[in-house]
Structures are given as structure tokens and as C-alpha cells.
Design a protein around this ligand. Structure first.
Ligand code: F0G
Length: 454
């Protein structure tokens, strides 16, 4: 059993509030049973995401005060460039306003209509951008990936035979690149192994297919390799991060998740790739030395990139998630195992076995958990999918409720509170009857869609 010990002390706090049950019901109805549409004044514990909600360090806040405001040539940018070079070993840096902007630029220059983009698993914004550019996302995960109750330490692995098949079927010239996501968000923050990563790189290189690393949770990814992969126990998080980055042709990330509360970047050692993207940077993001970020955000990121190589940072959320998942599991709640990065995930299909997928199982559970606790999680299931052009529903492989654990934000007693409320809900789960859309946007419907309870 892990009992995480926080390797930091709390210097500044934000007051939070537990609304009454009546207030929660009213708020949920107004939000169309969509946790994205709740106001934080009605949220006790915000477990929607770790994106933009990780706690910052005193050094990050301090750095923000000395930001160098300039449209072009800002010293803040060069600090970030130095940090990224030291941590990732990359020469060229393209700053962007957040992770999906990096995906947009990659799609713009590398994804051609008719291309395929194989990957360990999609992320919502990734798939949207690559599909809008005319590409098709191919998920080539292993059989173990979708088993929510598992002991497999690396469910984020790519199945190498499926990758070889993709190359044979489509030809390397029709593959924009192969993408590995560290860690696979929608599978429950599951890592891949270094061995698998190296093998996929080898196959990609032999076939001249570019190898892209989505490093949005690279700190946790490196921590899991250290914890779970034989041969890496004595390697530092910094060394593992460097080893991962060294093998990738392109590294990109969401700064909101990894090293600051805003921003993102693309980094590479290949000048041709840099030259291909650079002209589009001012078109969509901003000049090459700010890319849509404020200089304060760039300063925070320059510090955060270095901090995420520290063991105490890499383990802070991962250990809390393990604690969260173990407490729930021992009380009979079906959680995704092994626990991954970014969040504790509840398998909604096993939590609500009598609900059919067309009733939006994970969405229903997300709403119910808010109603009983004031904690808001995020649906990661069919609501997060998109209908076929003819209107038929695409049922998600997994129906997960994600309860995010932002780094260094919540305490053990708050986690224990959520565990207690979720256990209460399990014994009253017959109250949950499902949801039905009454306002459904055509793309990324989970953000703004509104539903009512059946
Ligand atoms: N890649 C991964 C693996 C992500 O998890 C995210 C965002 C992005 C790319 C896009 O980055 O938000 O900075 O534009 N994940 C957030 C989440 C939204 O809540 O999991 P972004």
C-alpha cells in the first residue's frame, strides 16, 4: 500500500465551498448534466482535469515577475529554449498557446488528405485536428489496453505487428507519422514501456516514418518506467525523459498539463521539420518567440520544464492516484488498474452494469458523482465520441469517469472524502437511469452538449 507523503508545503490556498445538495441539483440541471458547464463556485473539488490546474511552485511564480515583455526576441523565450534544450536535448523550439495548437500545426504541415496516422491511442483534440486535415487516425494498441481490470503495467504500448501491418497496407508514404502518447489519456493515463517505444522507433526508422512523441505527461511516463520496467529502477526521471526525447523526431506537449498552467510547444532536432512549421507559427499562434503565450507563462514554463524532471514532482500526482484507486478498489469500486497518470478512473460500465451505452454510462456517472459529492470529474466515454456523418452513434471502447488529481493541489483527506461519497453512490446506483441529449454540437460535443436525466 502506498501512503503518499507530500514533498512540499502549502503557502497560498484558495478557499473552496461545498454547495448544498439542492444547490448541486440546480447547478447540474442548469449545466445540462455536463460537468464542463458547471461554474466552479458550485464545485467543491475540481477533478475535471489536471489541465491548467496543477499547483505552481514558488520558483515558477517568482519567475513570472521577471518576464520580459516583447513581441519579438523576448529573453523569456530564450530561457525556455535553454530549459527545453537541457531537458529534452532538442535544438529547435516552436512555442504554441497550448497542446492542441501543436497538433494543429503538425496536422497542417504533415497530415495530407488520405493519409493515415497510427498511434497508441487517440486524444480528442488530436483526432479532431488530424481528421480535419483529411487524415485517418488508426489506433494500434495491444489487446490488454482496453481491459480495465488488469495487471499489465504498460497498456499504452503499440502492438508492433499492427504497426507493421499498417506500413504494409498503406505504404510509408501515406503515413504522416506514428504518434506515441505519454501517457495514454483516454485509456486511463496508461504508460508504454521503453522497450516498446524503442521497438516502434526502430520500425518507424527502417521505414522512414516520422516518430512523434506527445509528451504531455512525460514526467509521469518516465516515473512509471522507473517504477515498473526492469533495468530502469536506478535511472533518474531526468535520464528517462531524455532517453524518450532523444528517440523522437518531434516532441510536443501541452504545457497546461506538464510544466506550467498554460502553453505548449513543439521541439525537434530536425531543421527541415522546424523550417516547415515556422512560417505557419505567426499565422496561427504568434511570433516565434511567444507563440500565443504571455511572457509570464513562458517564464513559468521555463522553470516548470526543469522541475518536472524531479522525482518528487513526477511522483506527486501518480502516487496520490494510486492511493485513490486502491482505496476505491478495496471497497468494491471498479477502477482502472493499474492506476495511471493524471486521474483515478472508474469503469462506469462495471459501476452501472444495467445501463445500456446509448444512455451515456460514463456521462451519467459523472453527473451522479457531482450530485452526491460536489466533486466534478469528466466523462471519458461515448459522450466524448462523435456520431458518424449519418447520425449513428459511435460507442466508445471504454466508459470511464475520470477523477483528475492535479499535481500538488488536493490533500489525502479530500481524496478520502471522494472515496466515501463514491462508495455511498455504489449502494444507491439504481437511482441512475441515464441521460439523453437535447443540445448536441456537431464536433467535440462533450464540451458544450446539454442533456437531461432520464
Ligand atoms: N495531448 C494529450 C495527451 C492531452 O491530454 C491533451 C489535453 C492535449 C494533447 C491537448 O493539450 O489541452 O493544452 O490543448 N488534455 C486535457 C485533459 C485537455 O483534460 O486531459 P491542450
Amino acid at each position: 500500500k502506498v501512503l503518499p507523503v507530500e514533498m512540499h508545503k502549502i503557502k497560498i490556498i484558495q478557499q473552496t465551498r461545498l454547495p448544498s445538495a439542492d444547490e448541486r441539483l440546480k447547478a447540474m440541471e442548469e449545466a445540462g448534466y455536463n460537468t464542463f458547464l458547471l461554474r466552479t463556485r458550485n464545485v467543491f473539488l475540481d477533478m475535471l482535469t489536471d489541465s491548467g490546474t496543477n499547483a505552481m511552485s514558488d520558483n515558477q511564480l517568482g519567475a513570472m515577475m521577471v518576464a520580459d515583455d516583447a513581441y519579438a526576441g523576448s529573453e523569456s523565450f530564450y530561457k525556455l529554449e535553454d530549459s527545453v534544450r537541457d531537458v529534452f536535448g532538442t535544438q529547435y523550439l516552436l512555442p504554441v498557446h497550448q497542446g492542441r495548437a501543436a497538433e494543429h500545426l503538425l496536422a497542417k504541415v504533415l497530415v495530407k488528405p488520405g493519409d493515415v496516422v497510427p498511434m497508441n491511442y487517440h486524444f480528442t483534440t488530436t483526432k479532431a485536428h488530424f481528421t480535419l486535415a483529411g487524415g485517418t487516425v488508426l489506433e494500434i494498441f495491444t489487446d490488454e489496453a482496453l481491459k480495465t481490470d488488469s495487471k499489465e503495467p504498460f497498456k499504452g504500448n503499440i502492438d508492433e505487428n499492427k504497426f507493421l501491418d499498417v506500413i504494409k497496407t498503406y505504404g510509408p508514404e501515406h503515413i504522416s507519422f506514428v504518434r506515441m502518447e505519454a501517457t495514454t489519456n483516454l485509456l486511463g493515463g496508461q504508460p508504454f514501456s521503453m522497450a516498446n517505444y524503442k521497438r516502434i522507433k526502430e520500425i518507424a526508422a527502417e521505414n522512414k516514418v516520422k516518430f512523434v512523441l506527445d509528451a504531455s505527461l512525460i514526467s509521469e511516463q518516465a516515473y512509471f518506467i522507473k517504477q515498473r520496467e526492469p533495468g530502469y529502477e536506478n535511472r533518474s526521471v531526468a535520464e528517462i525523459i531524455r532517453e524518450l526525447a532523444d528517440l523522437a523526431d518531434i516532441v510536443y506537449l501541452s504545457g497546461r498539463k506538464s510544466c506550467a498552467v498554460r502553453g505548449g510547444f513543439i521541439a525537434t532536432n530536425t531543421k527541415e521539420i522546424y523550417d516547415l512549421i515556422l512560417p505557419w507559427l505567426p499565422v496561427y499562434e504568434g511570433f516565434a518567440t511567444y507563440g500565443g503565450m504571455s511572457t509570464k507563462e513562458i517564464e513559468a514554463m521555463a522553470v516548470g520544464v526543469r522541475e518536472m524532471t524531479q522525482y518528487s514532482v513526477a511522483s506527486s500526482s501518480a502516487d496520490m492516484i494510486q492511493y485513490f484507486a486502491e482505496r476505491l478498489k478495496e471497497r468494491g469500486i471498479p477502477v482502472v488498474t493499474p492506476p495511471g497518470g493524471l486521474a483515478c478512473h472508474i469503469d462506469a460500465t462495471r459501476f452501472l452494469p444495467d445501463l445500456s451505452p446509448d444512455k451515456y454510462i460514463a456521462g451519467s456517472l459523472a453527473a451522479a458523482v457531482y450530485l452526491v459529492s460536489g466533486a466534478r470529474g469528466m466523462e471519458r466515454g461515448t459522450v466524448s465520441e462523435q456520431r458518424e456523418p449519418d447520425g449513428t452513434e459511435v460507442f466508445s471502447n471504454l466508459e470511464l469517469l475520470r477523477l483528475a488529481v492535479p499535481r500538488r493541489t488536493y490533500t489525502i483527506s479530500q481524496i478520502d472524502y471522494v472515496v466515501d461519497r463514491v462508495c455511498w453512490l455504489l449502494s444507491h446506483r439504481d437511482l441512475i437511469k441515464g441521460l439523453i441529449f437535447y443540445e448536441e454540437p456537431p464536433i467535440l460535443r462533450f464540451f458544450f452538449g446539454k442533456m437531461r436525466a432520464i
